[in-house]
Design a binder for this molecule. Structure first.
Ligand code: GDP
Length: 445
């Protein structure tokens, strides 16, 4: 996601931090680089101009020039401007109305509307404990109604059936009645999408809007369409009172232009982003965290949340205490560590959220290799007996050969794993003696 923009900005940020003095020249140079980075990310020109003007005004202000580390202060300014640009505060769904709270979904065909209905339904059910009903008002494509039925089943939300010979407004009214009578908290209404914006589509969705009076009207756009996505959202927002935008397929968008300009061009906040085809591929959009990621500062909050959701806490606590004491850390624990890492989505997903300094120059190939190595290590440890895992020093030549055959690897790979493990053990012993802080200092120096 946003690879080249993020790399460029992270580089600029790094250079700026190192600047002891800010001059007209180095400030101009930095602004020029940011400008190029944004334009290359396909951000609309007027948006780029405003952004640069805003940063420039603040950068040349007294606060920065008089601060102890002007470079750092400047990074702060760019960071805040970026947060403002992509939306400021996180925009929550407004579900406070009398139930059912109605969410009307609009968007062009193929934008990801039906998938998003399922994703939001699942999210509301699991994260907000809401009882959700979904309905399709797409009477033009019978397959669309069936698609929603399937998606609803996968999402674990209730489905209100509709027929292609019904009028969309009749379907909508019937679904609201049903939701009221069956105590649903939220009703999500999927609508017909066209290939482009046309009058008939606009008229129909406006009529639906008037009939339903929804608390949320979300416009779904495909991030991979870049500036086109933003322009479509703008056209819609001029006819329909949108409350927010859902940007889908961000997982396939390597430039990020749409994510950066939607708010500025349409005035509507991005509420969710789609990050995968599966129904779990939905994130609440947090402008501050996104800005961190774009500037290469990492999304540590997301990492922690992910860890909280997926990690076996007892196992982690036990491991941590063994780590601290350095005692009894054996190959079983090593194995446990590898599988914890896997639960967090594997190395590459972890790395994506790390600050740029940590990501360093690790390429996709490096990551692939590291993941393959991890799988091989797992295989090797699995081929050991419990006694061997507990006491690796038992493993001499004959046992090494047996393990290698069992795991389908060469003997030298078993040796390598044992070496790595003993290095880790000795690091832990040092940590015990010298304390963690001392070691960190040594590593930095
Ligand atoms: P609709 O015509 O607007 O209802 O769009 P659909 O929900 O049928 O989605 C169109 C295609 O986009 C499908 O193949 C979806 O799996 C895919 N899709 C939707 N959202 C995402 C997303 O966030 N990431 C990716 N990679 N694919 C998505």
């Amino acid at each position: 996601m946003f690879d080249s923009l993020s790399q460029r900005l992270a580089r600029i940020v790094k250079t700026m931090r190192g600047e002891a003095r800010l001059t007209e020249t180095n400030t101009q140079e930095m602004l020029r680089e940011i400008r190029i980075a944004l334009l290359e990310a396909d951000v609309a020109l007027p948006v780029v101009r405003d952004f640069i003007a805003q940063v420039k005004e603040k950068a040349l202000g007294q606060e920065v020039l008089q601060s102890l580390s002007p470079g750092q202060a400047l990074v702060g300014i760019v960071h805040n401007a970026l947060i403002d640009l992509i939306g400021g505060e996180t925009a929550e769904l407004d579900l406070a109305s009398k139930p059912p709270a109605i969410i009307l979904m609009a968007g062009l065909q193929g934008a990801g509307k039906t998938t998003t209905v399922g994703k939001i339904g699942k999210w509301l059910t699991e994260n907000r404990r809401k009882k959700v009903l979904v309905v399709s008002c797409d009477v033009y494509r019978p397959a669309a109604i069936e698609q929603l039925r399937t998606v609803a089943g996968q999402a674990g939300v209730d489905f209100f059936p509709s027929q292609p010979d019904q009028k969309p407004t009749d379907i909508a009214r019937a679904a609201v009645e049903w939701a009221k009578n069956h105590y649903h908290d939220v009703l999500i209404v999927d609508t017909a999408g066209r290939l482009g914006i046309d009058q008939a589509m606009m008229d129909e969705i406006r009529l639906l809007h008037d009939t339903l009076n929804p608390v949320e009207t979300l416009f779904v756009v495909d991030a991979m369409q870049g500036q086109d996505a933003v322009n479509t959202a703008k056209a819609f927002s001029e006819t329909l009172p949108l409350t927010g935008v859902v940007l889908t397929k961000l997982d396939g968008d390597s430039r990020g232009g749409a994510a950066l300009s939607v708010k500025a061009i349409t005035g509507k906040p991005i509420k969710f982003v789609g990050v995968g085809e599966k129904l779990t591929g939905l994130d609440v959009f947090h402008p501050d965290r996104m800005a961190n990621r774009i500037l290469g500062m990492g999304d540590i909050v997301a990492l922690v949340e992910q860890a909280q959701a997926n990690v076996d806490h007892e196992a982690a606590a036990e491991l941590a205490s063994k780590f601290k004491s350095g005692a009894g850390f054996d190959l079983n624990d090593f194995l446990a560590q590898i599988s914890q890492m896997k639960k967090l989505g594997g190395l590459s997903s972890l790395m994506e959220k790390m600050p740029a300094e940590i990501q360093g120059k690790a390429t996709a190939q490096d990551m692939d290799k590291a993941e393959r190595d991890m799988r091989r290590m797992q295989g090797i440890i699995h081929a050991m007996t419990p006694a061997e895992r507990h006491k690796p020093e038992l493993i001499k030549a004959a046992r090494k050969r047996r393990i290698a055959t069992g795991a389908g690897v060469a003997v030298h790979e078993v040796n390598r794993l044992l070496n790595q493990f003993s290095q880790m053990q000795s690091v832990m012993k040092k940590m015990q003696k010298g304390g963690l802080a001392k070691m960190m200092r040594a590593m930095k120096g």
